[in-house]
Write a protein that binds this ligand. Structure first.
Ligand code: C2E
Ligand code: CA
Ligand code: CA
Ligand code: CA
Length: 279
């Protein structure tokens, strides 16, 4: 984040320096965050449009920094990918999700599935599948309660390795969702060659789906394509009743977004689902 000045000196503008300092500080603090138990998993429910119930929720990580408050994932996940911490964070996420599922085992939320986000970098790790398998059996949770969300980047690099990893997860019974679908420049052939259970239509197509004909056309095409391949579809970023109606009219399977709920703490989710009769 620097430019060469006219006289050859390098200078930073104030904003760049602030950002750079914050990055360095966060990078340093990230090393302590796991040991100090500063991460939390928040859960955002997915509304099943056929049954009108909630059978699944996406886990989104939050970092409760002791001095800086809540830090959103876009600020530290990329850092963690660069410095390699992402592996430990990923293990923590897998364990926390399984722990949550185990806690729900005997209550009204025993049918709920949790979807965790994994970056391509995490899929690179050879022991990822073992890590997931161990966490599931340690917490005595059936693999079918767990889902992983991956973006189309996994179809572009390390394809053989990635396919192998995903086949192993699939054989365990873990569901596989393709996140941010439609913005990733990957070939559609991978929908045929990989064991995909769900497609998540990227929020950028949903935001204006009731105003822009192009977006509506794309959303409908994704839904039809997925259904013809036997794959279910989640719409992300649903914020209005009109969007929800569009998705219902076009037979989308699941809706997720602020209209239904923001990502919230598990206890609040339980309360909300009970209060609103969504179980
Ligand atoms: P994502 O997987 O695409 O997650 C969806 C993001 O959209 C979340 O942001 C969520 O809070 C937000 N969102 C949900 N509904 C709405 C809505 O109706 N409107 C709008 N404007 N936004 C909505 P969040 O939690 O800040 O996460 C950002 C990204 O960070 C995620 O994008 C995911 O790529 C990454 N991430 C989050 N948790 C993890 C994790 O545990 N591991 C890894 N590797 N990445 C994670
Ligand atoms: Ca996701
Ligand atoms: Ca997404
Ligand atoms: Ca995303």
């Amino acid at each position: 984040a620097k430019e060469n000045g006219r006289n050859g000196y390098q200078f930073y503008t104030e904003g760049m320096l602030d950002r750079e300092l914050r990055r360095l500080e966060l990078d340093k603090d990230l090393n302590k965050a796991l040991a100090q138990d500063e991460f939390e998993l928040h859960l955002q429910p997915q509304l099943d449009l056929t049954s009108g119930r909630v059978n699944s929720a996406e886990a989104l990580i939050r970092w409760r920094h002791p001095d800086r408050g809540m830090i959103p994932p876009f600020e530290f996940i990329p850092l963690a990918e660069e410095n390699g911490r992402i592996t430990d964070i990923g293990r923590w996420v897998v364990d926390a999700a399984c722990r949550q599922l185990a806690q729900w085992r005997n209550g009204p939320l025993s049918h709920l599935r949790i979807a965790i986000n994994l970056s391509g970098r995490e899929l690179d790790e050879d022991d990822l599948v073992d890590t997931i398998q161990r966490a599931l059996s340690h917490h005595e949770v059936p693999a079918s309660r767990l889902e992983v969300e991956l973006t189309e980047e996994i179809f572009i690099q390390n394809i053989e390795h990635n396919r192998n990893q995903l086949m192993r997860l699939h054989e365990l019974g873990v569901h596989l969702a393709i996140d941010d679908f439609g913005v990733g420049y990957s070939s559609l052939a991978y929908l045929r060659d990989f064991p995909v259970d769900l497609l998540k239509i990227d929020r950028s197509f949903i935001t204006n789906v009731t105003e822009r004909r192009d977006d509506a056309t794309i959303a409908r095409a994704v839904i039809n394509l997925a259904h013809n391949l036997g794959v279910r579809v989640v719409a992300e970023g649903v914020e209005t009743d009109a969007q929800l109606q569009f998705l219902r009219d076009n037979h989308c399977d699941l809706a997720q977004g602020y209209l239904i709920s923001r990502p919230i703490q598990p206890l609040l989710l339980e309360q909300m689902l009970r209060d609103e009769g969504l179980l």
